[in-house]
Structure formats: C-alpha cells, structure tokens
Design a protein around this ligand. Structure first.
Ligand code: NAP
Length: 494
C-alpha cells in the first residue's frame, strides 16, 4: 500500500490533526493507498504557500517554467507504468486505457503547455487619439486551485493544472478522495523535476471539507473545477457569496448524443456508438448515451450494434483482455441500475445487458453489463440525466434534422456526434448541434491542443489548447500617455 502526506512547500507533511484515509480498488475491494486528510487549516497552509511562491514563479520567463514542465513530463513518462497501475487500481478502468489514454494525456499536458506559453504574446493596440501607447499584457491571476473528479484523475487534473502553471500561476491541487494517488505521485515528480517550493501544493481529502476549504480560502483566486453539475452549482453560489469573487472554470456533466444519417459508414458509426458509451464503462462526461439512427439503416445498424455490445469482455481491469472494468462504487452501480430499471418499467426494451455482472473474479466489484435500450421516449429520466454507465438508448428517426432536434433536446451542451458520408451534411450538422464539441464521423475524443468544454448545465470556460491557457491568464490593458502635454480636461489654471 502506498502512503502519501500532503505536499506543501515541496515537503511531505501529515495533516495537522493527524487524520488520514484509505482508498480502495473498486474491482477487488483491496486497499490501494493511505493519504493524509487535509483539514481546513492544512488547505490554508497550502494556499498560503502557493501565494508566497506566486510572485517569483510569475516572474520566471515562460521558457524557464516550460523547461521544468517538460522535465515533469519526462519523469511521468519514465514512471508511466507505475502511474497506469495505480490509476487503474483506484478507478477500476482497464489498465490498457490507463496506459494508452490517461497517462499519455497527462504527459502531453505538461509538454504541450510547457512549450506553448513561450509563444504566447501580448498585443499593441492602435488607438484613434494620438499620444497613447496602448498594449495588452497577459498575466497570471495568482493562485489557481484545481479540483478534479474520479473518472480521469490525473488526466483531468493536469488538463487545468498545466495551463495554469504555464501561465505563471501557482497551484493548490485536490483530486477526488476516491482516486487521489496519481495526483499525489505528481508531488514526487514536481520535487524531482526541481520546481521551486510552493509552486504546486497537493491536498488530499473529501470535497465537503478539503474542497470546501479551498473555496473559502482568500489565498485562492481561481478555481478550475471538473465534476458534477450539483457541486458546480454549489461552487457558483460560494463564489458569489465570497468576500472576493473567485473566477471559476466549470467543466460539468453532459448528455451526449450520436446522430446517424442514412448514408453513414455503418461500421464506423456502430464502432463510434460502442466506444462513445462503453469507453471507461460509460463514466465519461461527454459519453454519447443517446443514439438517433435514420430509419433506412436502423435495422442493419442495430444488428451490428447489439452483436458488438455482446462481444465486449467484462473483467478485472488488470486483465489485458478486458474491455469493460468496474464502475467506481456501489452508489454508481445502484444509480445505473436504477435508470435502466425505471426505463424498462416505463416501456423501454433491453436488447442486451440491463443487469449486474457478478461472475468470478468480478464478484467483488461493481460491474454492469453493456446495455442497449430501445422503445425509449424523450421524457424518460434516463434520456435526460447523466447515467454514467455503459447504457445506450437508441431511437429510430425519419431524418437527420429530427435526430439533431432530439440531440439538442437537453439542458447540457458538452458533446454531440454526427455520422454521414456527405461533407455538406456534416458541415450543416456541425452548425446546428449545440455542444462544445461536435464530432463528425468521430466520437468522444479530445486532444490537449484543441478546446474542450461545455455550454448550459455543462458549465463554462474551456480546457485544452490556447483557449485553455487563456482561462488562466488575466487580461491587462496598459495605457501610457506619450504625447507632448497631458490634456487639461477641467481647464484649471494656477
Ligand atoms: P463531484 O462529486 O462533483 O466531485 C468532483 C470533485 O469535487 C471531487 O474532487 C470532489 O471531492 C470535489 N467536491 C465535492 N464536493 C465539493 C464541495 N462542496 N466543494 C469543493 N469540492 C467538492 O463529481 P465526480 O462524481 O467526482 O465526477 C463525476 C462528474 O464529473 C460527472 O458529472 C461528470 O460528467 C463530470 N465530469 C465532467 C467533465 C468535463 O470535462 N465536463 C469531465 C469529467 C467528469 P471528493 O470526490 O473527494 O468528495
């Protein structure tokens, strides 16, 4: 079992009150790590350390910050297998996904932002009135807290931490208390890479105490939060009530959809529907849990889809043959099961799955069979809310426009996909679908170089790419009078 203190000022320290907690492998019930549980006082120490380090870090040339970030990337890559194993153990996702997606994304975030900030420049503005030198500079806010969820722990942590750091902010990082270990391992990397003390501080502990203390700290200027809509709304209220309003970047839930036109590449569309809702057991914010399929190809689509859903292998995350690991905990399993059972009671028909999977060696975890539901209606709860499990609901439509109308029929606005072989159709659908990302003959993927984020109840702000960097740069306009004599506006004379 790994042991982690709190990482404050480049030192590993115990919680002030000596409290700790243990994380559990959801597939097996075994303990993974013991971590210090940060109290409000510990969080304040971390935030004060970040504040203290802030001016010096901001004053470093971006190239120097970038050099340290690239060294961190190198060190994570070097320990990639260890990171992947810990990530898989705490999340229950397959080791294969951790090796090929989660850890490489974290490495790339350090590398990409380590390099991109050096090319980021201010602007000179030509103003109509003479005698004014006007220039815009981009400056760090100060201290950025990053609060991350459990479904992609190190990936979603570094997705905000890296641009904030590159921009010259110092950091207080809090991972989910279900999956904090890879974020704490990052503390070891930060120390080994040679970052100055206080630049990155890591506090572990539950949202209600540790997370709440972050929101209450006056030493935190910006909070980049990825998590549920419910907590996102709470943070909005907290920010509004705080003595000094905090800037928030909110990456919340989603209710993705895939629209399949009659001319779609059938194999591609089926595979993307499969991946869109089964990747990471469907515990993905932009998972496409609704599919709207043109009636002319519906039967052929469904035949392939159900066949492939049944081919998915459920198993222990460490088994290389496993496609579907375990859900995160008993509560998540009950929630997924509840949505499916309620939909079935309301007339939906399950073509596969719709039950727990308890075959040994999976009898100690929270496994759920990949499920396809038809005969669903737009007013069903499962069609409106985030299920966060491998459950796809399919509706037959008469046209792509009908599909797009349904896809947009949600209070979320994170991701939507469209499949067609006609580029004009793709372009039009791209315009009409209301989401932060529209995948065209593609699905449920992001890249560190391009913006990702949502609208409506999916939150606001963007991560990844230059847009992600800008979230952590404060825009400052500078006006310098360089004319011959400053105007005497009131006409006063001595
Ligand atoms: P969550 O319960 O909202 O928790 C997210 C983070 O916030 C965790 O670190 C949690 O800590 C912390 N937290 C909880 N209550 C808090 C409070 N009162 N003050 C401050 N922090 C608090 O979400 P989750 O269950 O971990 O993650 C799943 C959700 O994240 C889904 O809704 C999913 O769609 C969303 N998500 C969105 C994106 C995106 O990019 N839009 C990406 C991934 C996931 P503890 O866990 O330690 O309590």
């Amino acid at each position: 079992m790994k042991e982690f203190g709190l990482f404050i000022n480049n030192e590993w320290v115990d919680a002030e009150n000596g409290e700790s907690f243990v994380t559990v492998n959801p597939a097996t019930g075994e303990s993974v790590s013991r971590l210090a549980k940060a109290s409000a006082a510990d969080v304040e120490k971390a935030a004060a350390a970040a504040r203290q380090a802030s001016a010096q870090w901001a004053a470093l040339h971006p190239e120097e910050r970038g050099r340290l970030m690239c060294e961190a990337a190198r060190l994570i890559r070097e320990r990639g297998e260890e990171f992947a194993r810990v990530e898989s153990a705490e999340t229950g996702k397959t080791l294969h996904e951790c090796r090929t997606i989660d850890i490489p994304f974290a490495v790339r975030a350090f590398e990409y932002y380590g390099k991109v900030m050096t090319g980021f420049q201010g602007e000179y503005i030509e103003v109509p009135q003479g005698g004014i030198l006007d220039y815009v500079s981009y400056e760090p806010y100060g201290v950025v807290a990053v609060i991350a969820p459990w479904n992609f722990p190190i990936h979603l942590m570094t997705r905000d931490l890296c641009p904030a750091l590159a921009a010259g902010n110092t950091i207080v990082a809090k991972a989910s208390s279900k999956t904090p270990s890879t974020t704490s391992m990052m503390g070891e990397i930060i120390k080994d890479a040679g970052f100055p003390a206080g630049v990155i501080n890591i506090v572990s502990g539950p949202g209600g105490t540790t997370g709440n203390a972050i929101m209450e700290s006056r030493n935190v200027d910006v909070v980049a939060f990825t998590g549920s809509e419910t907590v996102g709304r709470q943070l909005l209220k907290k920010s509004a009530d705080a003595p000094v309003i905090k800037k928030l970047v909110l990456e919340l839930g989603g209710k993705g959809a895939i629209c399949v036109d009659k001319d779609a590449d059938l194999d591609g569309a089926v595979n993307s529907a499969l991946f869109g809702v089964c990747f990471n057991q469907g515990e993905v914010c932009c998972a496409s849990s609704r599919a709207y399929v043109h009636e002319e190809i519906y039967d052929a689509f469904m035949e392939k889809l159900v066949k492939r859903f049944k081919m998915l292998k459920i198993g222990l995350p460490s088994d290389p043959a496993t496609n579907i690991g375990t859900l995160i905990d008993a509560e998540a399993l009950a929630k997924v099961e509840g949505y499916v059972q309620e939909a079935i009671a309301d007339g939906a028909v399950a073509l596969c799955g719709a039950k727990r999977y308890t075959e040994p060696p999976c009898d100690q975890g929270y496994f759920y069979e990949p499920t396809v539901l038809v005969n669903v209606r737009e007013d069903m709860r499962a069609m409106k809310e985030e299920i966060f499990g491998p459950v796809l609901m399919v509706t037959k439509v008469k046209s792509l426009d009908e599909a797009i109308g349904y896809a947009n029929n949600t209070d979320y606005g994170l991701g939507a996909a469209v499949w067609s072989e006609n580029p004009k159709t793709l372009y039009r659908a791209g315009k009409l679908l209301k989401a932060g990302t529209v995948w065209q003959n593609y699905n449920v993927t992001s890249t560190p170089e391009a913006p990702y984020g949502g609208n409506k109840n999916s939150g606001f702000g963007r991560e990844d790419g230059l847009h992600g960097l800008r979230e952590f740069l404060c825009v400052k306009n500078n006006m310098q009078y360089v004319g011959p004599e400053y105007e005497n506006f009131y006409g006063f004379k001595d």
